[in-house]
Design a protein around this ligand. Sequence first.
Ligand SMILES: *Cc1c(COP(=O)(O)O)cnc(C)c1O
Length: 382
Amino acid sequence: MIPYSRQALDDDDVQSVVDVLRSDWLTQGPTCELFEGEVAKYCSAPYAIATCNGTAALHVACLALGIGPGDTVWTTPITFVASANVAKYCGADVDFVDIDPETFNMSPRELRKKLKQAASAHKLPKALIIVHLAGLPCDLGEIAAACREYNVRLIEDASHAIGAQYQGTPIGSCQYSDATIFSFHPVKIITTAEGGMVLTRNLELARKLRRLRSHGIERDPARLARPPRGAWYYEQQELGFNYRLSDVHAALGISQLAKLDAFLSRREFIVSRYTQELGGLDIGFQKACSDRRCAWHLCIAQIVKGDRDTVFKHLRSHGIGVQVHYIPVHVQPYYQSLGFTPEQFPNSLRYYQQCLSLPVFPGLQDEQQTRVITQLRRALAL
Ligand SMILES: *Cc1c(COP(=O)(O)O)cnc(C)c1O
């Protein structure tokens, strides 16, 4: 089966991990700090805090921004469930803003409409979690302006988007947001096997994120509540978690980061071949925005005529691991039990009925892609 995505590892990656395994330090230590520094530099952000996965990164980002019971967080229905679940972890309520049918990202127009209504009902959200779907940056300018106007905190779930750019600014720089998170799961752009990171420009927020990542413990003598009685002394100042990233994982991240630009070019090449060779067919693709660089975590086709499920089955039965990203979060049984109805977000529902993720990853061979294209043509003719 040709998968829809897959990690790209080579001997350098293996060596990088082996080096740490042979060293004195396995858990979060010097290699993790190095990895944080390199991602921060790549993204032009001053602070980066590595975590054990992207969900943990989102969770501590929400907590550090003070999200808790009585608050509401808005996100998009077209995302992985984690983007919404993290608000529930904090005891907050979740609501959604429908997508733009062309970019598949949260619609800035729908957002403004909903913010206006919420303001007059005195029910504004505390924070907005946007998702750069497939690696295509959201309309950050418009969304950040709306958030500023209504005093809403902004978190970028950039799980798909390391290496992407918005108007020349790297995603992760947090020029438009309070915090940005990445996931380093094996299907994402670069991997640490499991891992994540939060980036921010705010020093206080960065300190809080570091504490929350490790049990709420503070060791900095300058920031202790009581005078330290000895070198052993530390204080748990709030309730945190064990969300650390190990140096073993970080070593893989450092070695992967060195190949990020090569990965991005390969992904871009694969997607441009799909759009060229499938251009004349009854198939739609995510709108290309000339002011943005997409990281192409996914290549999402829209089966605009014909039946997506039939196309899906045909491709799967021919060894092509197409996938559906995503089942809208609000139609999941858990969210339905909270009172959401499928028709509440019609653009997301329509998108879901038509979407199909085609294989895209650096190791996809030209000949494999030819097979995908041939079988997709056949499926559309069924
Ligand atoms: C992968 C992903 C996450 C969660 O990342 P993990 O590292 O698997 O915890 C969150 N949001 C989106 C949009 C994702 O694709």
